[in-house]
Design a protein around this ligand. Structure first.
Ligand code: GDP
Ligand code: MN
Length: 377
């Protein structure tokens, strides 16, 4: 689950990370009022679930309240990576001497959290990582011990020369690691971690992604979800109890089981196609799930063919077949359907589908190859 910057700031703040306090507004008039109260230059920042807001014009420094309102009006009219700006954060501006990067993610190869730091922080961090990877420093953390003081210091020495600032940055790295584990995050990031012209080290941005599996244990964080800022397809899938991730390809995938769904996506790519989504209808036998899944997949205009890949174990193939017949009767499908089912009640399923005018395959390669061919016509 993605959080907004203003939410991440509040949560990181609980771990002691120093931020300049700001306020959220939904109109230019409200921005003006906040800026007047803060008296002095402010930064107006679009609150959308996307990085790169600065480059998209969504972060602007304003010299006074009138300027802040004018910037806000422009920012509210922006769409950043397809997301409309409904809210902005207004914070007192600081004078920046240098921008560093500090982040914690999971290193899947090492199967451990890794803390990343770079003195070349700011809006160009992706280019720094791509062009000069030697400027990005990493420390792998043993989760049993957490980020150790000497590890935090070693990273902080990559950011600053002055010992007081090294100590401040090391403390923030430890706080960020504590926030990462405490909040059940899959990503916790401060970019930029700024040194101000008067020598303070402060966090100017906060990015937090919480692992969905950690949410049931953290209802207070789960309650922060802003559905209006998420892709409508993912919202609908969550309401329907489906595991769904929107992707950019043309082959809609409807699969039972996360492992088979991953294997299906691999095979789609192997045969030269691109999956339009990850979708796991789960292991239950509920035709309604199939109906919901088809509705969500067909709502994506990029989908050129739909591939069902069902391995009947606990899931009964005849239930899925009934769901397909029911859903296609309700929706007017404009894209071809390729159905592969095998396992529990396979014969009954094929009979149901044949009666309804569909053909069903039992071979996975054959089905995927056909779906890719149909999607690329
Ligand atoms: P992002 O582009 O979505 O990561 O948004 P950020 O919050 O990181 O802001 C982008 C850039 O705006 C930063 O890298 C800074 O260069 C600049 N910026 C943010 N806050 C301030 C501030 O208080 N003062 C100044 N002068 N620049 C700021
Ligand atoms: Mn940033």
């Amino acid at each position: 689950m993605n959080l907004h910057e203003f939410q991440a700031r509040e949560l990181f703040g609980r771990y002691g990370i120093p931020f300049v306090a700001g306020e959220v507004a939904e109109t230019p008039a409200a921005v003006r009022a906040i800026a007047e109260r803060l008296a002095g230059p402010v930064v107006v920042k679009a609150q959308v679930h996307s990085g790169g807001r600065g480059k998209a014009g969504g972060v602007k420094v304003a010299r006074d309240a009138a300027d802040a309102a004018a910037h806000a009006a422009r920012i509210f009219s922006l769409t950043i990576q397809g997301l409309p700006v409904r809210r902005v954060l207004v914070v007192p501006a600081v004078d920046i001497a240098s921008e560093c990067y500090l982040g914690v993610i999971i290193d899947r190869a090492a199967q451990r959290p890794v803390v990343i730091a770079s003195a070349a922080g700011g809006v160009d961090i992706e280019e720094v990582a791509a062009r000069t990877p030697d400027r990005i420093h990493r420390v792998t953390v043993d989760p049993r011990y957490g980020l150790l003081p000497h590890q935090a210091m070693a990273l902080a020495f990559r950011l600053y020369d002055d010992l007081a600032k090294v100590r401040a940055a090391a403390e923030i790295a430890r706080q960020l690691y504590a926030a990462f584990t405490g909040l059940g995050a899959s990503l916790a990031e401060i970019n930029p971690l700024a040194m101000t012209t008067d020598g303070r080290v402060v966090a100017l941005d906060a990015k937090l992604v919480v692992d969905d599996n950690e949410l049931p244990a953290r209802p207070d964080i789960a309650a922060l979800r802003d559905s209006s800022a998420e892709a409508p397809s993912e919202q609908r899938a969550r309401d329907a109890g489906l595991s769904f991730i929107q992707l950019k390809g043309t082959v809609g995938c409807c699969v039972n089981g996360a492992g088979l769904a991953m294997a299906t996506m691999d095979l789609v790519k192997f045969y030269g196609g691109e999956p339009a989504n990850f979708l796991d209808i789960g292991g239950s036998s509920n035709p309604q799930k199939v109906v919901d899944a088809l509705e969500i997949i067909t709502a994506d205009p990029a989908v050129r063919a739909i591939l069902f890949n069902i391995f009947g174990g606990i899931t009964r193939c005849d239930d899925v077949a009934n769901g397909i017949v029911e859903a296609t009767g309700r929706l007017s499908l404009t894209v071809p359907l390729v159905i592969r089912l095998t396992g529990t009640n396979e014969e009954a399923a094929i009979e149901i589908l044949t009666r309804a005018g569909f053909s069903a395959l039992t071979d996975m390669d054959q089905a995927v190859e056909r779906a890719v061919a149909l999607a690329s016509r």
